[in-house]
Design a binder for this molecule. Structure first.
Ligand code: AMP
Length: 281
């Protein structure tokens, strides 16, 4: 496995892989790898001849008051994990390599970026789509792999790919969870042990919502109230949002029908966690 920092070096490797007819899978990450990231690698290896993982903590997707500086980073550990998962190349550019002086171009998907995390984190998705577009242009993968964990992100990226005719297949992989149900996340490392114990309420309340729907509940308000009251029972939890939306257009719905996204964002202390489930009603 090679670790490449320069765009031109990566392009040279990709050119030779493509010349020999290899298909290329891309797994974009911000590093500090966990099993969730590695499940994307596995999916890419199952589908493609050559897997590239990018590790880049992208400054343009963090707000000024957010955790860009203190986002966990451990390149040595990531290199070992990626290599044992069978990654062929890690692309780990510097911020300057991706955004040289005078950088001026951004990709902005409208409307569906104004709800959920887009509302709480203005500019976040503009940073995400810009960096993912750049990675797609650099790597020109056949397929790119994203986690359902960041449900809105994958919906926004699918929209960008369709709207801009990028011709890359986006593969969405299921959420990997800790044994107690907490969705794996690099940010879980910020949690104190008390917060870690409390955080299990997120997945618990979502699984309870799923059961309510299986039992016949169709009113979004009743489900949201249930999730909200369960999460509020944890003193350290501060709800950012609990919402039920149409999966296809991210519009709020009153009655559950079709493919539905139940998404939440909750802060424990200074750590903001997200989780979701998708249900077909
Ligand atoms: P991140 O490094 O947090 O930007 O995540 C990189 C990719 O891994 C994104 O596509 C995430 O959705 C995905 N991912 C993060 N956590 C999980 C998880 N628990 N299960 C599956 N995929 C995940």
């Amino acid at each position: 496995m090679r670790v490449i920092e320069r765009i031109n070096d990566l392009k040279a490797i990709i050119r030779s892989q493509k010349l020999s007819g290899k298909t290329i899978g891309l797994v974009p990450t911000m590093g500090y790898l966990h099993e969730g990231h590695l499940s994307l690698v596995k999916a890419s290896k199952d589908d493609n001849d050559f897997t590239i993982m990018s590790i880049f903590v992208n400054p343009t997707q963090f707000g000024p008051q957010e955790d860009f500086e203190k986002y966990p980073r451990d390149m040595q550990r990531d290199t070992k994990l990626a290599e044992s998962a069978g990654v062929d190349v890690i692309f780990a550019p510097s911020v300057f390599e991706m955004y040289p002086d005078g950088y001026k171009t951004y990709v902005d998907v409208e409307k569906i970026t104004e709800v959920l995390c887009g509302k709480s984190r203005p500019g976040h998705f503009k940073g995400v789509t810009t960096v993912v577009c750049k990675l797609f242009n650099i790597v020109q993968p056949d397929k790119a792999y994203f986690g359902q964990k960041d449900a809105q992100q994958v919906i926004v990226i699918n929209k960008m790919v369709r709207d801009l005719n990028m011709g890359i297949e986006i593969v969405t992989c299921p959420i990997l969870r800790e044994q107690d149900g907490l969705a794996m996340s690099s940010r879980n490392t910020y949690l104190s042990s008390g917060e870690r114990n409390s955080s299990v309420i997120l997945s618990k309340s979502l699984f309870e919502a799923d059961q309510m729907i299986k039992d016949g509940e169709r009113k979004a308000e009743n489900i949201i109230n249930h999730i909200t009251s369960r999460i509020s029972s944890e003193e350290s939890a501060q709800i950012d949002y609990v919402q039920i939306l149409d999966f296809n257009n991210l519009e709020s719905i009153d009655n559950l029908i079709g493919k539905v996204l139940i998404a939440l964002a909750v802060k424990f202390g200074r750590t903001r966690l997200i989780d979701n489930i998708v249900v077909e009603v």
